[in-house]
Design a protein around this ligand. Structure first.
Ligand SMILES: [Zn+2]
Length: 157
């Protein structure tokens, strides 16, 4: 999360370079917010579309018991495993869409704030993909629009 926020700050500076007349504080603010927003999908996963997975059940129990440290540890060691969450929003179509939106906001619309939000979303997904490759040596199936395995809680072979 901290690294996502750092990426957001970098996005703010980057977009400020494209639009030197824009307000840097505003861009950094929206950069950080845009970097964190994509992970709201985790809560939708825990409480709605992924709620029946073993992973979500454990997470919800920790939240219910207010065991923050256990939750963070569980999260740290499991969110990049084959039984981890398959987030609907984290897929290749969204990645390409936000990249397209970034180009559109910069080149066509000339809107710094929208540009930094789109860029920070994009960087968030790129970072998550990098993490997948780093920890699992491959991309999680959600990036290819395959969400089933995570739903059933089965582990990858
Ligand atoms: Zn994410």
């Amino acid at each position: 999360m901290v690294i996502h926020a750092l990426f957001g700050i970098i996005c703010g500076y980057f977009v400020h370079d494209i639009f030197p007349g824009s307000n840097l504080t505003n861009l950094v603010f929206w950069g950080v917010l845009g970097s964190l927003l994509p992970d709201i999908d985790h809560f939708l996963y825990f409480y709605f579309y992924g709620k029946n997975t073993e992973y979500s059940k454990i997470v919800r129990q920790y939240i219910k018991d207010k065991k923050v440290r256990d939750l963070v540890n569980y999260w740290k060691f499991n969110h990049k495993k084959s039984n981890g969450p398959r987030l609907f929003s984290h897929n290749i179509v969204t990645v390409l869409l936000v990249l397209y939106m970034f180009a559109y906001f910069v080149l066509v619309k000339d809107t710094p704030t929208s540009s930094v939000i789109a860029l920070s979303f994009f960087m968030h997904y790129v970072f998550d993909m990098g993490e997948d490759v780093l920890f699992m040596k491959k991309l999680n199936s959600n990036w290819y629009l395959q969400f089933k395995r995570g739903q059933t809680g089965k582990t990858a072979t």
